[in-house]
Design a protein around this ligand. Sequence first.
Ligand SMILES: Cc1cc2nc3c(=O)[nH]c(=O)nc-3n(C[C@H](O)[C@H](O)[C@H](O)COP(=O)(O)OP(=O)(O)OC[C@H]3O[C@@H](n4cnc5c(N)ncnc54)[C@H](O)[C@@H]3O)c2cc1C
Length: 406
Amino acid sequence: MTEHVDIAIIGAGPAGAAAAIAGARLGATVKVFDKAPYGRDKVCGDGLTPRAVAALEDLDIELTDAHQIDGLRMIANKTVRELAWPETDRFPARGAVWPRRRLDAALIDAAVVAGADVRWETEALPVLDGDRVTGVTADGSTIEAGLTIVATGAPGQVARMLGAERVADEPFGLAIRTYAESPRHASRHLEACLTLRDQNGTPVPGYGWMFPAGDGTVNIGVGALSTMKNFKSLNLNTLLASYRGLVQEPWELGPNLERPRAWRLPMSTQLRHGPGWVAVGDAAGLVNPMNGEGIDYGLESGMLAAELFVANPSTAPSEYDRLVGERFDSFLRTGRRFSFLIGHPWILRSGLRMAVGTETIANITLQVMGNLIDSDSKGASATVLNVTDKVLAAADPLLRRTRAAA
Ligand SMILES: Cc1cc2nc3c(=O)[nH]c(=O)nc-3n(C[C@H](O)[C@H](O)[C@H](O)COP(=O)(O)OP(=O)(O)OC[C@H]3O[C@@H](n4cnc5c(N)ncnc54)[C@H](O)[C@@H]3O)c2cc1C
């Protein structure tokens, strides 16, 4: 007999788990599949902005196991700005570092407590009837579902089946990280070095990070946008080693605790919904191009997908597409345009000088890049974002024609 559930979720990362928690708490029958075993790790910086903390609070996830973070230390050459998180009506002035092995376990444990059935070490694929997804196949069985939620992370086989791959000429990111012991592991600031250079001395649009985890270790990594010149020949291991050289002494770093591992940051998708299915999190290209943040977008989109299904199964996919669009599309589009702009080394250099030039401007930079602005906010950061949005929209054709990437 074919099994039937309300919601089938492929992928048990933050996006899939958030959908499972929200759906199961609202009374839906939920089944989650992940090809990895329970307790899997995800290559990540483990950084949670106030926006992500707010999303975790919406899900009633206790943050007691996470290391609290009070702000960001921005470093650009010799300029160091230590900034507190902005005070907004919408987000708490608190961030966190929560190693993904533990964060993801806490999330999926909450989904199980809410009643979701989770199948580990089980690859699942969507079942298509024409362009409609009717459920999934896994372990040789078929499970019918009212809604299939694709939470599979950076695009792979499932995205190919659904035509939900990234848009070829839009930017994406690559990042690499490892862990090391440091006496400064309990520091309450994330640290980002914005002036990285590649092996040829070209400024890299991206940053190096030290994210203190509060457990004796720090997460150290570097990330870069695909819009930079010679991106294809960028060696992330070399970039990480050179960044490590900069932070080794001030952080008194021990040896790497594991081999550095790299992964993709998808920032666009050709499609994020269709009859019977929606894509959430990285599978929907929901990563902030201005800071590489994806956990929050996964949590928010996962919750939204499940809530819309429970409210009205027949309109959920199209409503989801509309509402995700309203909440994120304009910001993420501005971020992608911005990443073409800073792909040009001279713009990056002068832009950075401006961005950290004074404490006030650095605070605005933090608020804008972290998407920590109320959409109806009238403050300076909202104005900067609106103006940037308009200027970059007008410059878009030029930005694409003159892109730096080889
Ligand atoms: C180096 C690096 C650093 C980063 N740092 C940060 C950071 O500090 N803060 C932040 O917010 N974001 C960061 N990001 C981005 C963040 O890691 C992602 O945005 C986030 O993990 C997205 O969550 P997700 O649930 O969409 O996907 P994932 O966490 O990738 O989960 C997808 C899951 O789907 C499973 N899966 C895939 N296909 C199948 C299948 N067919 N069947 C069953 N299971 C399947 C996988 O096993 C996996 O468990 C970073 C990314 C990188 C690469």
